[in-house]
Design a protein around this ligand. Sequence first.
Ligand SMILES: Nc1ncnc2c1ncn2[C@@H]1O[C@H](COP(=O)(O)OP(=O)(O)O)[C@@H](O)[C@H]1O
Ligand SMILES: [Mg+2]
Length: 250
Amino acid sequence: MKTIAVTGGKGGVGKTLISVNLAVGLAQTGTRVVLFDADLQLANIDIALDLQPKLNLQHVVAGEATLLEALTPGPSGLNVITGGSAVQGLMNAGPKRMATFFSQLDSLRRSTDVLIFDTGAGVDQRVMTFLRMSEETIIVTTPDPTSVTDAYATAKILWRRDPGAQVSVLCNMTTSPHDGLTVYSTLRAICEKYLDKTPHYLGSVQADMRAMESVRRRQPLLLWYPESPAAQDITRLARGMAGQLRRHAA
Ligand SMILES: Nc1ncnc2c1ncn2[C@@H]1O[C@H](COP(=O)(O)OP(=O)(O)O)[C@@H](O)[C@H]1O
Ligand SMILES: [Mg+2]
């Protein structure tokens, strides 16, 4: 099971849109995906996917259900764990309860190829917990310079905590074909200059009105409008990741 955290220094850069649709795109390739709503402030994957889970993280944290029982079937065969705001209580409950909880993630291992954490913005302790548990961290940024600065701040703290962290950059809401690479080159240059680290470039996703509309419709963009430019970008990324996962597993 590969664990991936999707993060970004700022709210509204598209972390949830990317997490949800990457999860759907991966599931469409036959990859067994669990999408974990790890945004403690704004847990909203159930809303994005229009799910009404019977059990969620609240029950797991309270010891009323196991993590496996709290998996809710989502579109395209992916499984979802919702109720990320419950993790807040867990973190306050202290390191021992947390360790017990996170050890439950192991129970997903046998039935899961990839576990995706949709995390909140910022670099506080609780977001970091998820990043440190992940083999790969995808930092979502937009071409907006403040978002790029925030992405750098996230990478810096992550690498400071874990010098071996695998960091990938995804540029969302691009408006020209060069945006993604330009943003990545800028970020890479400052990471190499000040941190002596090189992030990996995952790719870019175009700004697309349909992406916004899909959120209003509470449907993943990939299912509602697969021909839209952003959906095609994400599908391409998901296929690339699925190929890598297969090579990784082989
Ligand atoms: N590629 C895109 N093009 C246009 N709008 C987008 C795109 N990606 C995300 N959005 C919109 O931006 C808003 C914030 O996205 P969201 O995924 O909730 O961000 P975050 O999880 O980072 O806070 C949503 O309304 C979403 O529809
Ligand atoms: Mg979000």
